[in-house]
Write a protein that binds this ligand. Sequence first.
Ligand code: BDR
Ligand code: CA
Length: 315
Amino acid sequence: MKKRPVILDCDPGHDDAIALMLALSSKELDVRLITVSAGNSTIERTTLNALRIVSFLDKQVEVAAGARKPLRRVVIPDVETHGESGLDGPVLPEPKFSASSRNALDAQADVLKRSESKVTIIPTGPLTNIALLLSVYPELKDKIDRIVLMGGACFGGNWLPNAEFNIMIDPEAADIVFRSGVPVTMCGLDVTLKAQIFPAEFDIFRRMPNRTGPLVAELLDFFHKSTTPPFMAAPGHEEGAHMHDVCAVAWVLAPELFVSRHLNVQIETVSELTLGCTVVDYNNVFKLQPNADVCFDIDRKGFLDLLTSGISSLP
Ligand code: BDR
Ligand code: CA
């Protein structure tokens, strides 16, 4: 079977780390490059975290650091969710190799130019690096099969009342991506809040006989504590760890697990109150051309099975 070439663009981040693991575990994906964005933490920390994960898995993949900051704004590290390091919780060994001498833009362009078939790009952080790629190398759009991203929401938000973190951090970049004409799949909060792993299920990973399973359990422990408000721990309100970024990789591997609708999405880049809102025209009010497949639902059990089988196949 021919493997599907992919570029991962991430800002690890606990859920980014698990998304990386799922992608690197797959026999169907050919991970040609990992690029890193500033988001959950500074570019230095997210790059170090990506290197740590790839080294831990004993994989040989080029890791290239991207832009230091969003196109027009500043980085706001999410220390509350991901800790000072961007990946607090487990103690990870130092990386066995360094970041690429090429920057994310050059490395992405090179991978696209050289690829004999179209490449899928999976961004799980702010879209700065992807917007730069599309702007500097518009002729390479034809080499992109699809952009499958974690970001946005049709209903609600998590950073502003109706804006999600990845889009809000760099709304101008998101605007470029959604206007680009490249097919987009949007795994936003509508679906990622349903892609939960409940505390009772963390032990599935903890008990795995490999070393990656217990690492995933430790990542889940930290992420769950840092993202779950106390009232949600009450009986009847049990809330698991939300596997936001893992959804984007899972969609590429098993789109049949998801329910989506082909809709028009625009990005708010001006208003302070709704900055970074993904305006999803759910009822086709604007009568504009759809530009994204927006995911709304997921087969949670199927998703968990996909993840457990991927993680158990790693070292
Ligand atoms: C997104 O923000 C980050 O905290 C996560 O890594 C994910 O990409 C969820 O809003
Ligand atoms: Ca992320």
